[in-house]
Design a protein around this ligand. Structure first.
Ligand code: ADP
Ligand code: ZN
Length: 554
């Protein structure tokens, strides 16, 4: 697909320069354009900022007819259209929020033989709910004026993804109605199962898949234990490494955003908060100040970031556990678009896991701006979606609990990519630690811990069970007479860190489930499974720093 001998190549290159002002193509752009212009169905996985828009806007410009673009958010659509109009490319959109008159005018234009628009953007619910739109598309198609159908943020189709939107599932109708019109599906996040789901739901045939590595070599990853002093740690981290530079701090709740922003302001940083309950004018004003560098640090929920294209974001901090690895990767991806070194620091505590898990089950987590409000129990799909969200969170927990393997490797493996940790070049906390490992068979300990969960009636938190296991005689232990259990003190010679590591391992591997204030046995190891874990022979605390930290001898 990389040939430069297609009939359209000259026109393509000329317009890329003249209209879009680009001197060349970015990786895979030319290939995707050639494939879609040859009439194939195409699926594109390209990291945020990779240049997906060009792969349909350029064909739209040089092909006869109109390109239909399905995009999840009106704000994103408006932003795109503004850019297209600035480049003199006629584009418009239809949304339910528009005046009836205005919609009629656009529909009239679509039925004209000399329709001036090259691109028509719609939200997915418009396709699902508007027969009028479908009739107009049929008429365009009959006149051979429907050039191409583009599905932006295509991962929203999949229930396995982190941005599921029921309206996207109805988009299969497009391929059924217009089987010969090429479909171009675009996304910045997709695991193999999400991709399969999308291809199936959209009914893509013999679809050509382009994917490039999701590795972002200029980002440095670290996971840091979150303590009560977390906010001081964040302040110090920024002061030492990124003073007066731009960054985003992702927080779990709206209240957290406000608290973190307030603290950072007190410490003299130019910080502000941003979340879903602010009105659109307030949010727009924050965004403007941020793009003008009047504000350096935004403390935000996941509502912040979509369509934001600031190249010099030097750090992304997660104040709480992200809800999925996909989400985490995408949020970190907003740092370092200019290719310069940037830091991604995650403050992790196991109690945040319990908190997020609880919030997910209650449906009170602020949904990603792409996803509809799916986690509410009233949704008919909630069972399956709750399961997906819980599973995604568990993978994230496992990522944080892992203090051995390369962070880059862990992320890329999740996306089905191969990666060798040597290529991380010590740009993650785990690779930076000079570690000698001892591998220990912890099967016996694991069995004891599972038995202890059963013995204590599956009603106690993991931290309490660890206390019992290590022989604590605290009042709480005595009150529940757990000092009389046969396994009380069975692990009194085991280091606390080791015992908790084993217990967490049992949780991330689904042997045990911990609900808020309740642990219960999920299932036991089948057929005498042996569990081995690696432990660093000398634990070291990694402190991220701009100047390459000199790792102490292990
Ligand atoms: P994505 O949708 O993949 O996140 P965009 O389509 O928004 O990325 O593109 C990100 C930025 O890269 C935009 O500012 C765009 O103008 C720029 N860009 C895209 N393609 C090229 C190119 N071939 N050369 C230079 N800049 C490009
Ligand atoms: Zn690494």
């Amino acid at each position: 697909w990389s040939s430069q001998d297609y009939p359209w190549t000259k026109k393509l290159e000329a317009n890329n320069k003249k209209v879009f002002g680009n001197h060349s193509f970015r990786p895979n752009q030319r290939e995707v354009i050639n494939a879609t212009m040859s009439g194939c169905d195409v699926f594109v996985l390209m990291p945020t900022g990779g240049g997906k828009s060009l792969t349909y806007q350029l064909p739209a410009l040089i092909c006869p007819g109109i390109t239909l673009v399905i995009s999840p958010l009106v704000s994103l659509i408006q932003d795109q259209i503004m850019h297209l109009l600035q480049a003199n490319i006629p584009a418009t959109y239809l949304s339910a929020s528009m005046e009836w008159n205005e919609q009629q005018e656009i529909l009239r234009e679509l039925s004209s033989d000399y329709c001036k628009y090259k691109l028509l953007y719609v939200t997915p619910e418009k396709v699902a709910k508007s027969d009028v739109l479908l009739r107009h598309l049929e008429s365009l198609h009959a006149r051979e004026a429907l050039a191409r159908i583009v599905i932006d943020e295509a991962h929203c189709v999949s229930q396995w993804g982190h941005d599921f939107r029921p309206d996207y599932q109805g988009l299969g109708i497009l391929k059924r109605k217009f089987p010969n019109t090429p479909v171009l599906a675009l996304t910045a996040t997709a695991t193999a199962s999400v991709k399969e789901d999308v291809v199936q739901a959209l009914g893509l045939v013999n679809c050509i898949v382009f994917r490039q590595s999701f590795n972002r070599p200029n980002l440095r990853y670290s996971v840091i234990p979150k303590t009560k002093k977390c906010l001081d740690d964040i302040d110090n981290f920024i002061r030492e490494n990124h003073f007066d530079e731009c960054g985003i701090i992702y927080c779990l709740s709206r209240l957290d955003c406000e608290k973190v922003a307030e603290k950072l302001q007190e410490c003299g940083h130019k910080a502000a908060f941003y979340h879903g309950s602010m009105d659109p004018a307030q949010r727009a004003s924050i965004q403007t100040q941020w793009s003008k560098d009047e504000i350096n640090i935004i403390c935000a929920t996941v509502a912040f970031g979509m369509g934001i294209n600031k190249p010099d974001v030097r750090f992304v901090i997660h104040h709480s556990l992200p809800k999925s690895i996909e989400g985490y990767h995408q949020e970190c991806g907003r740092a370092g678009r200019d290719g310069q070194h940037s830091s991604c620091v995650l403050y992790y505590s196991y109690s945040d896991y319990i908190r997020v898990k609880h919030m997910i089950s209650q449906g009170v987590v602020e949904p990603s701006p792409l996803a509809s409000n799916y986690s509410r129990p009233s949704n008919g799909n909630s069972g399956r979606i709750l399961e997906t969200n819980t599973e995604n969170l568990l993978r994230m927990l496992s990522y944080c609990e892992n203090d051995v393997d390369c962070r880059r490797l862990l992320q890329l493996v999740h996306f089905g990519e191969r990666f060798q940790s040597i290529n991380c070049r010590k740009t993650c906390d785990n690779c930076l630690k000079v570690q000698n490992f001892v591998e220990k068979d912890v099967t016996e300990m694991a069995k004891q811990l599972v038995d202890l969960v059963k013995l204590s009636g599956q009603k106690f938190s993991s931290s309490h069970l660890l206390e019992v296991y290590r022989g604590s005689l605290s009042q709480f232990v005595k009150k529940h007479r757990h000092d009389t259990l046969s396994l009380h003190g069975a692990g009194k010679h085991v280091a606390k860190g080791e015992a908790s590591r084993v217990l967490r391992h049992l949780i991330t591997e689904d042997f045990l489930v911990e609900e808020v204030n309740e642990s219960k046995v999920y299932h036991l190891f089948g057929g005498g499974q042996i569990i081995k874990l690696r432990f660093p022979s000398s634990a070291k605390v990694y402190k991220p720093s701009r100047s390459e930290a000199t790792p102490a001898k292990g």
